[in-house]
Design a protein around this ligand. Structure first.
Ligand code: SF4
Length: 292
């Protein structure tokens, strides 16, 4: 039995994974739109405590083949620490096929190519990265602490080392003023990185729009649902991906889109065009149609 430090988050695709908390909170914790870990002081857990959790969880070794390392950016750990944890997981979970974690580009950049390759060999197969936008101005305005170049460089290095990437872009992040540049630059960075998995969600305001406005550096004018979908159209139209699985099916999305690039790109654009042309008859999520 282990006690998780709440709140605990994991990507939807890790629903069947064992969760191992190796850090608490997020080492950055400054993004204007994010309140996930605002109640937590960032901390790297002691190795004895992590190893005790692995020991305790190993009774489920027959049941689990995937482990997700929480919290916010577990990849911030040094190579040596991550390495020891991955080794212990391999020993305690003989059927393990994948270890994954959230990461910031700077966490990846702090490791050498050789270290990234070794982490991949030791089982770290997938990193989840919230890119949010490819637009440098917007990244600055939301205090992301990364820019186009730092993000693209780090993520391409991870891919070359054999680590797959699941990345996320936030639809509506810049509101009306930055919508066009956000869509274009986000497509450009995704095209450079060529992630295996790409998803989008819609900017939401868990503590109210004013709370976000206060943290956003500039004038934020929210997009209405059709404008959000129009922004997605620009983004998707500009994507040139050789092999990526795309999901825009988070609860925040008005229009659910799923497909594989490049195969389903035109079909998705057709669906978007149909919604923009005739919103009243579009099959948008009923619970999210307020404001149409
Ligand atoms: S880096 Fe991720 S978890 Fe941390 S504040 Fe930004 S969005 Fe939230």
């Amino acid at each position: 039995m282990i006690n998780y430090h709440e709140p605990l988050f994991r990507p939807p695709s890790e629903a069947l994974s064992l969760i191992l908390q190796i850090t608490l909170g997020c080492a950055w914790n400054q993004c204007a739109f994010c309140e996930m870990y605002s109640s937590k002081q960032f901390k790297i857990r002691k190795e004895e405590a992590i190893f005790a959790d692995i020991e305790s969880l190993s009774r489920y070794a027959d049941r689990y083949r995937k482990v997700f390392l929480a919290d916010g950016n577990a990849m911030v750990l040094s190579f040596d620490k991550l390495s020891r944890i991955l080794d212990q997981l391999q020993t305690s979970f003989p059927r393990l096929t994948r270890v994954s974690a959230y990461a910031l580009p700077k966490d990846i950049e702090a490791k050498s190519d050789k270290e990234l390759q070794l982490l991949a060999q030791k089982g770290l197969k997938l990193l989840y990265v919230g890119i949010e936008s490819g637009d440098d101005e917007l990244l600055h305005r939301i205090h992301k602490g990364e820019n186009f170049a730092s993000t693209s460089h780090a993520l391409q290095r991870a891919r070359k080392a054999g680590i797959k990437l699941s990345v996320m872009i936030i639809n509506g992040l810049g509101g009306k003023n930055y919508s066009q540049q956000h869509a274009l630059e986000s497509a450009r960075i995704i095209n450079e990185i060529q992630p295996e998995f790409l998803s989008t969600l819609v900017l939401s305001f868990p503590y109210g729009e004013e709370h976000f406005q206060n943290k956003f550096e500039g004038d934020f004018i929210p997009l209405n649902p059709i404008e959000l979908i129009a922004e997605m159209r620009i983004f998707i139209e500009k994507l040139e991906l050789s092999q990526s699985i795309f999901r825009s099916d988070h609860a925040s999305n008005y229009l659910v889109l799923r497909g594989n690039f490049p195969r389903d790109k035109q079909e998705m654009l057709k669906r978007i065009d149909a919604v923009i042309k005739d919103p009243a008859n579009a099959r948008l999520r009923l619970e999210r149609m307020r404001g149409l």
